[in-house]
Design a protein around this ligand. Sequence first.
Ligand code: HEC
Ligand code: HEC
Length: 330
Amino acid sequence: MGLKHLGIAASVCLGAAATGAAAFIALATPKSQPAAAVRVQPTPERIERGRYLFHQLADCAGCHSPRDPAKFAMIADPARTGAGFVFPDELGFPGRIVAPNITPDPGTGIGRWTDGEKIRAIREGISRDGRALFAFMPFRQFAKLSDEDIHSLVAYLNSLPPVRNALPRTALRFPVNILSRFEPEPVLAPPKPPGPADRVRYGELLAGMACIECHTELDNGRLVAGREFAGGHEFAVGAFVARSANLTPDVETGIGGWTEERFVRRFRDYGNLAYANAPRAVQANFTVMPWYGFAHMKEDDLRAIYAYLRSLRPVYNPVAHHPQLAVQSN
Ligand code: HEC
Ligand code: HEC
């Protein structure tokens, strides 16, 4: 066989392998199970707990509501809670990322979904049509919540005022579109999360849900191993840039020198801010950290997060949260 023929034979083989692999990935992923046939009873306790999870602990509100980049911390308009958000391109995601409208609007939201389909999306990462959700939606973390907490979230979602807001779909670039299909994982038994008495483990659960994604550098949409909570993840929106802080207990560059009181106060300081009185965003204060919601986190929950962060291995990583922007010369 001449060289030319070898080349053709090789590319035929490679082509067949690639087609085979694509067929395998399409058939074998994402891993999923049918949505459960449950109906969540909306008790007042569930709606209250769901509200707390939605706005504070799990910050569903922060990702799934239209946010205003002209205001401090890109505060979300409370009249459009849950109506969805297209993440700005400048954030450097691997494609167009859209947190969908999750209000009960039947046309543009999830008003036609069953409660079981909502539960499956929240903790197993499967959309109603069986598609894998991009894991920026922290379903792997939400999978650790108790059934009762998940039911509380659904009870609260069902209580939101419907908002009509049609949005485009998430469109991931290669290879993240393929990698994402491997992320969903069915929840086969009721999770048994640690309770508040187990402070460090409970803090780990909360920080895994509420903080790790932003406070860790990402590579192709995945957390960089060994850099968890070490900060430096850059957020650029419009003319502004902020980088997340190092939350490991490194004394010089992290929160190693912070007392628990200082940590709690850093959150409480934002307690009086609301949509109506939010300051204008400028480079010196620009942030995407959801201070508004977190300012009202329960004190025990904040203290548990602090206890967990203090238990981590210190990572030296100096971060300029608000870098001086280079002056454009043209
Ligand atoms: C860090 C941002 C982020 C947080 C926090 C977040 N989501 Fe999402 N969520 C997303 C994104 C992005 C998608 C869409 C992913 C995709 O299209 O591949 C999504 C998808 C969903 C979907 C599926 C909607 C659909 O039409 O397919 C539901 C339901 C949902 N999220 C509910 C929640 C709830 C409830 C919470 C809080 C417990 C939450 N999300 C927290 C970003 C987030
Ligand atoms: C959406 C992204 C995002 C999330 C989620 C997030 N942070 Fe942040 N965080 C940032 C950014 C960006 C900064 C730097 C700008 C600023 O100070 O607001 C920051 C700053 C901070 C600071 C201030 C550090 C200092 O030196 O003053 C603390 C403390 C902090 N984050 C803790 C947390 C904790 C704890 C959580 C989870 C409960 C969390 N963050 C969740 C993005 C985020």
